[in-house]
Design a protein around this ligand. Structure first.
Ligand SMILES: [Fe+2]
Ligand SMILES: [Fe+2]
Length: 271
């Protein structure tokens, strides 16, 4: 089974490259299941219900979130009522949404997905290690393929989580930093790992936001709106091959698709 994990979708440019390109990507790369982090989809912060619906309709099988999950109140109901969207499991039990889910791949295989948030250089949250243990314990028996989206800032935090879960899950894939790391590997216990799978959005930017705006606030301390940038839109993610009999990963590969490639596919389709 091949899983594609799409990194943080930022704003309209990020949503659009997913909506326009995912069908072709699924086909070209023989992808069975698509998971996408969508915490920055709504103008760079949060997710709106219509974005959620469009991403699911476009072929995303499960949406994960992160520290921006509650920026739009409109999504609370979706988080409570839908089993294909999850938020970090180490949030208070009263917080809207679930921290893990089991989706069904097109071949009928169950795929567990867990969302966890790091606590190094981030807002304090409950222990991510205890939370992931809890979620793994409550995974239904028979779920061999399990993907963890560890939404974290520090590479040390990421690597510790990856090693902690080696041999217990199929993949530990990072989101949140919006920068893809070149450390993809399969650990000795059979867990695929990458500190961060990257950002899906405008790369002529600072983490997806306009360079001038971020620079102004950073250099003068004058707050300005961090509008989403527009240039050099790319879809970043990672492809993980998994042996479905025991859930171990056999390969991991970075994926980077540029907007121009998607436009070319669309033009070919219509010609
Ligand atoms: Fe993000
Ligand atoms: Fe984040």
């Amino acid at each position: 089974m091949r899983i594609l994990m799409i990194g943080d979708i930022v704003g309209k440019p990020g949503r659009k490259i997913v909506l326009d390109g995912l069908a072709a990507i699924r086909q070209h790369h023989a992808v069975d299941v698509v998971i996408a982090n969508a915490e920055n989809s709504a103008d760079g912060s949060g997710l709106m219900p219509d974005h959620y619906k469009k991403l699911i309709d476009a072929g995303v099988d499960c949406i994960t979130m992160g520290d921006h999950v509650y920026r739009r109140r409109d999504i609370y109901d979706t988080l409570e009522s839908s089993s294909d969207i999850i938020k970090p499991a180490n949030y208070p039990t009263e917080s809207p949404g679930r921290g893990a889910t089991v989706i069904t791949a097109p071949n009928g295989q169950p795929v567990g997905v867990i969302n966890i948030q790091g606590r190094v250089f981030m807002k304090p949250v409950d222990c991510p290690f205890q939370a992931v243990d809890r979620e793994l314990k409550s995974m239904p028996a028979g779920v061999k393929v399990i993907i963890v989206d560890f939404h974290a800032e520090a590479t040390s935090d990421m690597q510790t989580m990856g090693r902690y879960l080696d041999g217990r899950v199929s993949a530990v894939l990072g989101t949140h930093t919006h920068v893809a790391t070149a450390d993809e590997q399969v650990f000795p216990g059979g867990t695929a790992f990458q500190c961060d799978v990257g950002m899906t959005g405008p790369h002529e930017s600072i983490l997806g936001r306009r360079i001038d705006r971020v620079t102004e606030t950073t250099t003068t301390f004058r707050p300005v709106a961090f509008a989403v940038a527009s240039g050099d839109v790319r879809l970043h993610g990672s492809l993980v091959d998994i042996n479905t009999t025991d859930g171990t990963a056999t390969a991991i590969e970075r994926l980077a698709v540029r907007r121009a490639e998607v436009d070319q596919w669309l033009a070919e389709d219509h010609s």
